[in-house]
Ligand binder design. Structure first.
Ligand SMILES: Cc1cc2nc3c(=O)[nH]c(=O)nc-3n(C[C@H](O)[C@H](O)[C@H](O)COP(=O)(O)OP(=O)(O)OC[C@H]3O[C@@H](n4cnc5c(N)ncnc54)[C@H](O)[C@@H]3O)c2cc1C
Length: 418
């Protein structure tokens, strides 16, 4: 059975202290639109993330120079690189440590964790995972050290669940580079991103239909001529995580911006890899939401009285607490399964990752919604926080592939297997 070690628990306590002392007092401000990035830099500084990322990168670079690794798209398989990019970008962290950080930050503010993970984990992870050494140094490392903010752009106005097939952003080869045109939407951190990982279809002018063109990944800089970003979009939840659009109009980039510097025959793999890690990586966020909602509800149920009895004595209230506990057990177990596989150098299958995301996201949304109910009028008030968890949890059923897409993936798998 997988368990967090004493070291994991100790880091968890330290992150909880930071989150209580530094993040909690700022939640109202960042929920109201204050950018969360200074706090992220404070977190990175407090926990020495920049130093860890730099030394992990230097070790990987040294090995590469010694010829144990090569400077290619797939040179990322070294342990140090993997360590340097762990989910949420906790440099130097093993996946369990990243999960602990994910749980603790989410317990206080899921939107903060979403934006944190999108920059260091999704954008930083994609570059550290598939980039050349030079790309890792120039664009990946600054995301892990928090000198720069990153965004990961797949979704488009006409391409969401069907992102690969319906993508319209196009990169036309031009000399030793490419010209990009297109638009991305709903992109976490886009309004403030310095570095953007962008998926585009290559148009070799060879008559291949738009749907079938290979997809490649590009690294864009906010200052590249032709790149513009929208203001933060108004949305239901995850207010601590700025979401926006990215527009590309005749953006001319060199081949050094093509992730891995080589057009890959199966260009969709990079996006699929990120989807996979996004799906399994969401479990700690769900655990964080359920844990915190259950704690708030238990405290409230013990405190609040109606008809001279604590509401904890009513079986209708107990049923809510019991269901939250049940969901917490299951979500934790799915997260532990992933962590234990990862410790053994393995990963969940695509169907298992979909099932994990589907279950955990639904459980988190149900628990947060029930937490609002259990607190009555207070549950509807911002002060008690559960309404933030309810709004934020809903996104987990949409982002990284909707519930329906996870169901389709699972059904495809079981029907093929049986
Ligand atoms: C706050 C937020 C942050 C995000 N951050 C990012 C980001 O950083 N980067 C990024 O690339 N994207 C991001 N996204 C986009 C997100 O991944 C997409 O919204 C999601 O994949 C769904 O795509 P869509 O919105 O186009 O919905 P659609 O694909 O239009 O789906 C609409 C509805 O139809 C259903 N549906 C679609 N196809 C089928 C089918 N075949 N069978 C049954 N039902 C179907 C869906 O499940 C959904 O209920 C973010 C979204 C949000 C809201």
């Amino acid at each position: 059975m997988f368990e967090f070690t004493e070291e994991h628990k100790m880091v968890g306590q330290m992150v909880r202290r930071w989150a209580t002392e530094k993040l909690e007092p700022e939640v109202d401000a960042i929920e109201a639109g204050e950018p969360p990035y200074d706090l992220m830099r404070d977190f990175a500084k407090t926990f020495g993330l920049a130093e860890m990322a730099k030394s992990a990168f230097e070790r990987a670079e040294k090995r590469a120079r010694q010829g144990h690794d090569n400077d290619s798209a797939d040179s990322d398989r070294s342990k140090n690189d993997k360590k340097a990019r762990g989910a949420g970008g906790l440099a130097g962290a093993d996946p369990a440590l990243s999960a602990v950080v994910g749980i603790e930050l989410t317990r206080v503010c899921p939107g903060f964790m979403l934006a944190f993970g999108a920059s260091a984990g999704l954008a930083g992870g994609a570059i550290m995972g598939k980039g050349t050494l030079e790309q890792k140094r120039r664009w990946g490392l600054p995301l892990l050290t928090w000198e720069k903010v990153g965004a990961w752009g797949m979704t488009e106005p006409g391409a969401g669940s069907d992102a690969f097939r319906s993508m319209r952003t196009v990169a036309i080869p031009d000399g030793d580079g490419y010209i990009l045109n297109g638009q991305k939407t709903f992109i976490t951190n886009a309004p403030y991103a310095d570095i953007m990982v962008i998926y585009a279809k290559i148009d070799h002018r060879d008559g291949v239909s738009m749907a079938d063109r290979p997809i490649q990944t590009f690294i864009l800089d906010k200052d590249d001529p032709g790149v513009t970003r929208s203001k933060p979009m108004a949305k239901m939840g995850m207010h601590a995580s700025p979401t926006g659009e990215i527009f590309m109009e005749d953006v001319r980039v060199g081949r050094d911006r093509l992730l891995g510097m080589n057009e890959k025959p199966v260009g969709r793999q990079s996006g699929k890899d990120v989807f996979h890690s996004e799906r399994t990586g969401m479990a700690p966020m769900c655990v964080g939401i359920i844990q915190r909602c259950l704690e708030i509800c238990v405290d409230y149920a013990r405190e609040r009285q109606t008809w001279s009895r604590h509401i904890a004595e009513y079986q209708l209230v107990q049923e809510k607490l019991a269901r939250m506990f049940m969901h917490l057990q299951n979500a934790e177990n799915l997260m532990f399964k992933q962590l234990s596989l990862s410790k053994a150098g393995k990963s969940m299958s695509a169907a298992e990752a979909s099932a994990t995301k589907l279950y955990c996201a639904r459980a988190a949304t149900e628990c947060a919604l029930e937490a609002v109910q259990l607190l009555g009028g207070n549950g509807y008030m911002r002060e008690y926080r559960v309404e933030m968890f309810m709004r934020d949890a809903k996104l987990l059923q949409i982002g990284g592939g909707t519930d329906e897409i996870q169901i389709i993936n699972i059904a495809r798998h079981v029907l093929k297997e049986n």
